[in-house]
Ligand binder design. Structure first.
Ligand code: SF4
Ligand code: SF4
Length: 564
């Protein structure tokens, strides 16, 4: 078992998406598809969005299939997972890194891929979304926007590694991956009903013209401004400056969380003192906005980042964790109200913080736009919850506002966040200490399938029965699926697993199987510690028949699951 992911090659991604769509009418497990209508289209940093809704930088924007699942369910703006100079094996992320049972916590940060791998994922995702838009008739091929996210200091952002990433996403035309994706799309045209060679030719290599800038908590104001100036002036990018909830000040944050019953969330005053101060933020935003206007570039703020709190009850294996979800809502709306008042509603505000299907239309009605979601999609239903959010936003038939209605934001900050919410004084550790290997669930409810950001759990049908499978190559051990299983499994540790190789199987205690040859006839198989070598042409009678049936079904009906 490893928390390192194996990105799916582009040709396999396309094959997976088209095969699953034609066989089951789903895409990466998403059963609900959002078909855009022209009415909700809004401008975004010089481009056009079919719906002012999407996914925030995080677990849902790391891999190409995540972007595809979010698009299919209604996302149209994609804040790509942050890249920074520290990447791949050099980046340490304690695992499990996500706990989203109620309010959300994480101890992850930037992409866990290398920066070049991340860029490939974003280019693959961009090309795949063009295919899905056309082939599934979900919307216009230019109806969605990718926004890159870079961090965390100027030296890192100016490094060759990050600079190459920025240049590549601004114009991917000369990159191998972009050309390869187009070639592979041309090769698959005979399987397509609507996609044409002209559509493939028309896929723009200009993947991003905007960036969300993210800095570490504690980054000095002068450096934040220096980075922002660099991205606007030197890199010619439209800019969203991501602000921290600490702008609200310790007393207001404590009061807001206590008022909602979240007394147990612990943080101290020091982090507020070391973060950007409100009185420094306002003139800096004013200067950057004026600079952008002079350069003919877009400038806005993104509200907000997550909020750092102390781990005090073994919630996650780190000292600090980052709070999101419904407890972030009063903080992010509070900052929106403050900045809205300061700039008389004229400052563009993009939003992330506790959005769900129930509140999205109210927040959008204030003029805050676009809106991105993260924590809500980590709960049962996963990407399908984005579909409900998209439908509710579309059904509200709201016209885009030119300015933010500050009074309305204030009203929402009071009404959406109260009355007092439920509290949890005791959290259980999500992963059982002695995992029990089993390949069956009593219910096979599919909960762990829907909520996995990486699509690393699937339910297949074997001899008329539903069978849950875990895909080791797509899992980064975030732990989210362990929070919600009604049968108290930690699916990523305990469920029958498809491994990319026998070596990876050796590194894991999970029961499962791994291909031993390219032809997919021979497999290493393990169940509860017992091992066999399976030859599908002559199965060893000692191997339980239900295991052989599972593997045969994968080979015959779901071959795309063996993408490695
Ligand atoms: S399978 Fe579970 S632990 Fe792995 S990425 Fe998905 S939700 Fe996270
Ligand atoms: S492992 Fe748990 S969450 Fe996943 S399908 Fe089985 S019962 Fe449902």
């Amino acid at each position: 078992m490893s928390d390192r992911m194996h990105p799916i090659p582009f040709s396999s991604l396309v094959d997976w998406a088209l095969t699953e769509w034609s066989q089951q009418g789903t895409v990466f497990g998403c059963q609900k598809t959002y078909h855009a209508t022209a009415q909700q289209s809004i401008p975004y940093a010089g481009r056009q969005l079919e719906l002012p809704l999407g996914v925030a930088a995080g677990p849902h924007t790391q891999l190409a299939q995540n972007l595809a699942a979010a698009y299919v369910c209604g996302g149209r703006v994609f804040e790509l997972k942050t890249v920074q100079i520290l990447d791949g094996e050099d980046l340490h992320v304690s695992k499990p890194c996500i706990l989203a049972e109620d309010e959300g916590y994480n101890c992850e940060w930037s992409t866990e891929l290398t920066v070049p791998q991340a860029m490939e994922e974003y280019v693959k995702g961009w090309c795949l979304l063009h295919l899905l838009a056309k082939e599934l008739q979900l919307g216009e091929q230019d109806g969605f926007v990718f926004n890159m996210s870079v961090g965390y200091d100027l030296a890192g952002i100016q490094s060759e590694k990050i600079d190459r990433f920025i240049r590549g996403l601004k114009d991917a035309s000369q990159t191998d991956i972009f050309q390869r994706c187009k070639e592979e799309l041309r090769a698959v045209l005979p399987r397509c009903r609507y996609m044409t060679a002209e559509d493939v030719d028309n896929i723009s290599p200009h993947i991003c013209n905007s960036v969300t800038m993210s800095t570490m908590h504690g980054c000095p104001a002068a450096q934040i401004e220096e980075i922002a100036n660099y991205l606007l002036e030197e890199k010619n990018l439209d800019l969203y400056l991501k602000c921290n909830p600490t702008l609200l000040g310790y007393d207001r944050v404590r009061e807001a969380l206590d008022g909602l019953g979240f007394h147990y969330i612990q943080f101290d005053r020091e982090q507020f003192a070391s973060d950007l101060q409100y009185e420094d933020a306002v003139p800096m935003i004013r200067r950057l906005w004026e600079k952008a206007q002079k350069l003919g570039r877009f400038f806005g703020v993104k509200l907000t980042n997550t909020f750092p709190v102390q781990v005090h009850n073994h919630e996650l294996p780190d000292e600090t964790m980052y709070m999101s979800g419904r407890t972030l809502l009063p903080l992010s709306l509070g900052v929106a109200q403050l900045l809205g008042q300061e700039f008389q509603g004229k400052l563009p505000i993009s939003y992330c913080g506790g959005i769900n299907a129930q509140n999205v239309a109210s927040v959008y009605a204030t003029g805050i736009s676009p809106i991105t979601v993260c924590t809500d999609l980590l709960k049962p239903g996963g990407y399908h919850r984005l579909h409900s959010t998209a439908i509710n936003l579309e059904s509200a038939q709201l016209s885009p506002r030119q300015e933010v209605d500050v009074e309305a934001v204030g009203r929402l900050a009071r009404t959406l966040c109260g009355p007092a919410g439920a509290t949890h004084d005791v959290r259980r550790k999500p992963v059982p200490e002695t995992p029990v290997c089993t390949h069956a669930c009593k219910t096979t409810c599919g909960c762990c399938v829907t909520l996995c950001p990486n699509r690393a759990n699937v339910v297949i049908t074997v001899a008329g029965q539903r069978q849950m499978l875990h895909l080791d190559g797509l899992c980064n051990e975030c732990g989210n699926c362990a929070s919600f299983c009604p049968e108290k499994f930690a699916p990523y540790l305990e469920k029958f697993t498809v491994f990319c190789s026998p070596e990876e199987m050796e590194n894991s205690r999970n029961s499962g199987f791994a291909p031993l040859d390219q032809q997919r006839y021979r497999f290493a198989v393990r169940l509860n510690g017992q091992r066999w070598e399976l030859d599908l042409t002559q199965p060893d009678p000692a191997i339980p028949r239900d295991l052989v049936d599972i593997i045969l079904t994968v080979v015959d009906v779901y071959p795309y699951l063996l993408y490695c």
